[in-house]
Design a protein around this ligand. Structure first.
Ligand SMILES: NC(=O)c1ccc[n+]([C@@H]2O[C@H](COP(=O)([O-])OP(=O)(O)OC[C@H]3O[C@@H](n4cnc5c(N)ncnc54)[C@H](OP(=O)(O)O)[C@@H]3O)[C@@H](O)[C@H]2O)c1
Length: 218
């Protein structure tokens, strides 16, 4: 199993201008050329599935069916044990393969909705989703290389549980409110050592792509 994080962050490590706000407008504000986004699409194509945190889904309502990558549909994955994603959200539209991490506490009517849309409910854990068990279940379904595209709390939870192999940060030339969401939001506060694997300026843009491998906590 391999888990890679990809996040765009400000110079001070913030991933959205304010809490509860969609982060996607930032790239427009910074006039980032579309071809620069090819980094994201290329990474998606190299992975079996893209995992998004529940709050990122609720705030951004992403489809993940990129118009910029014709002929490629990534497998979409999220966690939603409480059944909070509204039925009209794009990730639940049933147009591409989609898996949702649920638990023994997930409401029955939500499970029925997922089944009716052809969405695979992957049950792990009693209340929250047991993440090691969830990744094992994904691997058993042929999804062994997972790209995690945030948000910050999911990134942190995965790092704290020693489940991350690689961290990709696209640094945006901006400083944002430090009270907003950090790319590794919350957590246990223990120091985690990363190793720089590559560092690249994206085309002629002012974005820098940093790629790190993660040293095991043990
Ligand atoms: N710049 C970028 O590249 C980028 C990318 C994606 C998203 N974003 C932005 O990030 C923001 C969302 O980030 P976020 O940190 O607020 O939210 P998030 O990481 O998407 O989701 C946080 C939620 O996930 C739950 N969670 C984590 N692990 C879980 C588990 N094992 N089982 C069940 N639930 C679990 C947390 O529950 P608990 O609170 O109980 O732990 C919390 O409610 C949005 O504003 C979005 O626009 C930016």
């Amino acid at each position: 199993m391999s888990v890679t994080i990809l996040t765009a962050a400000s110079v001070n490590g913030i991933i959205t201008p304010s809490r509860g706000e969609c982060s996607l407008g930032l790239l427009r504000t910074l006039s980032v050329p579309r071809d620069v986004l090819e980094v994201q699409y290329a990474l998606r194509r190299r992975h079996h599935a893209v995992l998004l945190g529940p709050e990122a889904v609720l705030v951004d309502d992403p489809s993940l069916t990129s118009h910029a990558a014709p002929g490629f549909d990534c497998v979409r994955v999220t966690l939603d044990p409480a059944g909070r994603i509204p039925p009209g959200y794009r990730i639940l539209d049933g147009t591409v393969r989609t898996l949702v991490g649920v638990s023994a506490a997930t409401p029955g009517d939500y499970l029925e909705l997922l089944a009716a849309r052809g969405i695979e409910a992957v049950s792990c854990g009693e209340d929250r989703v047991d993440l090691p068990g969830f990744f094992a279940a994904l691997a058993a379904r042929g999804l062994r290389d997972v790209l995690v595209e945030g948000g910050g709390r999911l990134n942190r939870t995965l790092l704290d549980q020693d489940l991350v192999d690689e961290v990709n940060v696209v640094v945006m030339p901006v400083v944002l409110d430090s009270a907003s969401v950090n790319l590794f939001e919350g957590g246990e506060g223990s120091l985690r050592r990363l190793r720089l694997a590559s560092c690249e300026r994206l085309g002629e843009s002012e974005l820098v792509w940093l790629r790190y491998t993660v040293e095991s906590a043990g």
